[in-house]
Design a protein around this ligand. Structure first.
Ligand SMILES: NC(=O)c1ccc[n+]([C@@H]2O[C@H](COP(=O)([O-])OP(=O)(O)OC[C@H]3O[C@@H](n4cnc5c(N)ncnc54)[C@H](OP(=O)(O)O)[C@@H]3O)[C@@H](O)[C@H]2O)c1
Length: 247
């Protein structure tokens, strides 16, 4: 892929899957705006990305804040002279069975995982519409499709992303903007490393390709969806899960 001269904004780009996406896009020549809450980690990741000879900059921002997202969206567009790709990847878990789940446990996950996507779409959509061009990829999860005991807040947020993605795809199609989602299965990152060995082995049994996914696996799908090769794809959810869910 040749993304030279393109700019991508990646939320949650400082580590895990988001960092893998940022690295793959930078290797393909894209300039990168890395967004996460920690100033230290966005700056560190941006410095690493610049080793690919691209421009990269860190933005400390909580995606759950509409105002912060607006500010960062505008700053990125000004400082990079435009924007081509938005990857909404920032996400958290706060797992609890519903009887123990407090309003705050619910609200925090929905505010980050779902409202965070809305906030950044709102921040950059005017630019995409003005330029009649843009690509949005939202990171959902197979848990949004099949559910998981103890993750009702997370599953609701990830299923919400699917409905949001499809609606935006319809709204934006006539403006030259595509909107798709990627639903990863079990990907080895900080988010999943707390699972104990028994749970990991049980999970492995459910994956036809018999291995856990990597950030690179997800980055490959996102890169394709952002490329010209995906010109005729919008409103889709692409699973990247080793065959764990087939629907
Ligand atoms: N790992 C998996 O197996 C898996 C499977 C399916 C879907 N996913 C989804 O993939 C995405 C990335 O997951 P991951 O495994 O890479 O997670 P991770 O390693 O925990 O990384 C999460 C990233 O999001 C950022 N972040 C979290 N809350 C934020 C907030 N409020 N505002 C801004 N940035 C925030 C984090 O940085 P800060 O802490 O500095 O803010 C970090 O950069 C998530 O949406 C997750 O739900 C993951």
């Amino acid at each position: 892929m040749d993304f030279a001269g393109k700019t991508a904004l990646i939320t949650g780009g400082s580590r895990g899957i988001g960092k893998g996406i940022a690295q793959e896009l930078a290797r393909n020549g894209a300039n990168i705006a890395v967004v996460s809450r920690s100033r230290e980690s966005v700056d560190k990741t941006a410095a690493e990305l610049e080793k690919n000879g691209v421009k990269a900059r860190g933005y400390a921002c909580d995606v759950s804040s509409f105002e912060e997202a607006e500010r960062v969206g505008q700053e990125v567009i000004e400082q990079f002279g435009g924007l081509d790709f938005l990857v909404n990847n920032a996400g958290i878990t706060n797992d609890k069975l519903i009887l123990r789940m407090k309003p705050n446990d619910w609200n925090e996950v929905l505010a980050t995982n779902l409202s965070g996507v809305y906030n950044f779409v709102k921040a950059v959509a005017p630019q995409f519409i003005r330029q009649r061009r843009g690509r949005i990829v939202n990171i959902s999860s197979i848990i949004g499709q099949i559910g998981n005991a103890g993750q009702s807040n997370y599953a609701a947020s990830k299923a919400g992303i699917v409905g949001f993605t499809k609606s935006l795809a319809r709204e934006f199609a006539s403006r030259g903007i595509t909107v798709n989602a990627v639903a990863p299965g079990y990907i080895t990152t900080g988010m999943t490393e707390s699972l104990n060995e028994n749970a990991r082995q049980a999970m492995l049994q459910m994956i036809p390709l018999k291995r856990f996914g990597t950030s690179q696996d997800v980055a490959n799908v996102v890169t394709f969806l952002l490329s010209d090769r995906a010109d005729y794809i919008t409103g889709q959810v692409i699973n990247c899960d080793g065959g764990m869910v087939m629907c």
